[in-house]
Design a protein around this ligand. Structure first.
Ligand code: F6P
Length: 361
C-alpha cells in the first residue's frame, strides 16, 4: 500500500503528531509506504512537490507546531488560481491532480484538513480517487466529530491571554476586549472565555445588543470590580449588523471565503460613546494557531493518525476519522461539510450564564 499524505488549509497544532503516528504505525505494523505531498493540494497541481515520508522524516516532530509538509488554503484542485493574460482566473486542475496521483502510483490519499480540504477530498473521491480524511482545525467547527486536535492548544492560548489581560485591566480599570479566532463558530471563544474567566462571551451564534452590553458594564463598574474582560469571536456581530470582514473572498485568489477580522474594534467603537471607562482591544490572531500542540492534542492527533490506517486497511474510502462521545470512529467525508455551531441551549452556555457571564443578549 502506497499512500500520499497532505495537510491542507490553515495549519494547526497537532498536524505533525498525526503524520508521526500515521507513518510509524503504517511502516512498523502494516508495512505501508508514504509519500509527502507538499503545500496541500498544490503538491499535486504543480510538479515536483513531494518528499519522502518515512520513519526518519517523522522523528522528533511530535511537539512541533505547523506541518512538515507545508500547507495552503488557496490550492483548490477544482478552482486553482492561474495567471492568464495578466489576470488571475480560477481553473479546474483536477485532471492534472488525477494524473499526478497515477504517476506517483498512489493506492490512496490521506487528506488532513478542515472543511475546505475535506470537501475537496470528497470531490476527488467522486472522481475515483481512494481518499480518507482526518479532521483538523482550531475552530472545532467540523460537523461529524466532537473535537478536532489543535482546539485545546488554542484554548490554552486564549485562556493565558485573558489571564494576562485581567491584571492590566484591573490596574487601569479598563474594558479589555479580546478578539478570538473561530470563523463562524464560537467554540474557541466559549471555552477560552470560560477558562479565562471573561465577563462577556460574544459569539457569532448570538448577535449581541449594545444596550445590553452597556447596561451590564455599568453594573460591573458600580460594583467593586471596576474592570471588564470581553471575549469576542472574530465572527461575532451586533444584532442587526454584519460580520467584520478583513478581506473579501474575491480579494484572495483561490480562497473562496472571506477573511474575518475587526469584530473587537467594531464593538469598542459601539461601546465608547456610552462608557467613561477606557476600552482597549487585543487581537490574538495567529498566536492561537502557532506553537506546540497541548498534551491532549498530541494524544488525539496520535489516535487520529493511527485510526486513519484502519480506514485504509478496511477500504473505507471517502470517510474520515472522528471522535464521538469520547470514542474514536469514522464518518463520511460529506458529513464534515456541514458547519457545526455552539448550541445556545447547551450545557456550556447554561453553565456560563449560571455564573454570571453575559452573552450580550
Ligand atoms: O480556520 C482556522 C482559522 O484560524 C480561523 O479561525 C480564521 O478565521 C482563519 O483560519 C484565518 O485564516 P488565515 O490564516 O488565512 O488568515
Amino acid at each position: 500500500m502506497k499512500l500520499g499524505v497532505l495537510t491542507g488549509g490553515g495549519d494547526c497544532p497537532g498536524l505533525n503528531a498525526v503524520l508521526r503516528a500515521l507513518v510509524r504505525r503504517g511502516v512498523l505494523e502494516l508495512g505501508y509506504e508514504f509519500v509527502g505531498i507538499l503545500n496541500g493540494y498544490e503538491g499535486l497541481i504543480l510538479p515536483e512537490l513531494t518528499m519522502p515520508l518515512g520513519l526518519n522524516e517523522v522523528r522528533g516532530i511530535l511537539p512541533k507546531g505547523g506541518t512538515i509538509l507545508g500547507t495552503s488554503n488557496k490550492a483548490n484542485p477544482f478552482a486553482y488560481p492561474v495567471r492568464e493574460g495578466g489576470k488571475l482566473v480560477n481553473k479546474d486542475m483536477s485532471e492534472v491532480v488525477l494524473k499526478r496521483i497515477k504517476a506517483l502510483k498512489l493506492d490512496g490519499l490521506v487528506c488532513i484538513g478542515g472543511d475546505g480540504t475535506l470537501t475537496m477530498a470528497h470531490q476527488l473521491s467522486e472522481r475515483g480517487v481512494n481518499v480518507v480524511g482526518c479532521p483538523k482545525t482550531i475552530d472545532n467547527d467540523l460537523s461529524g466529530t466532537d473535537q478536532t486536535f489543535g482546539f485545546d492548544a488554542a484554548v490554552n492560548v486564549v485562556a493565558e491571554a485573558i489571564d494576562r489581560l485581567h491584571t492590566t485591566a484591573e490596574a487601569h480599570q479598563r474594558v479589555m476586549v479580546v478578539e478570538i479566532m473561530g470563523r463562524n463558530a464560537g467554540f474557541l471563544t466559549l471555552d477560552g472565555g470560560l477558562a479565562g474567566g471573561a465577563d462577556f462571551i460574544l459569539i457569532p451564534e448570538a448577535p449581541y445588543s449594545v444596550e445590553v452590553m452597556v447596561a451590564r458594564l455599568q453594573e460591573l463598574y458600580e460594583t467593586k470590580k471596576k474592570f471588564a474582560i470581553v471575549a469576542i469571536s472574530e465572527g461575532a456581530f451586533p444584532a442587526g449588523g454584519a460580520q467584520a470582514v478583513a478581506q473579501g473572498a474575491d480579494e484572495i485568489p483561490g480562497r473562496g471565503v472571506v477573511r474575518l477580522g475587526g469584530s473587537g474594534k467594531v464593538l469598542a467603537d459601539l461601546l465608547a460613546p456610552h462608557l467613561e471607562a477606557e476600552i482597549r482591544v487585543t487581537v490574538l490572531g495567529h498566536l492561537q494557531r502557532g506553537g506546540s500542540p497541548s498534551p491532549s492534542d498530541r494524544v488525539l492527533a496520535t489516535m487520529y493518525g493511527s485510526m486513519v490506517l484502519d480506514l485504509v486497511r478496511d477500504g473505507k474510502w471517502d470517510h474520515m476519522v472522528c471522535l464521538r462521545d469520547g470514542k474514536l470512529g469514522f464518518t463520511t467525508l460529506s458529513e464534515s461539510r456541514k458547519e457545526r455551531h455552539v448550541d445556545l441551549n447547551g450545557d456550556k452556555v447554561r453553565l456560563a450564564k449560571s455564573i454570571g457571564i453575559s452573552f450580550g443578549v
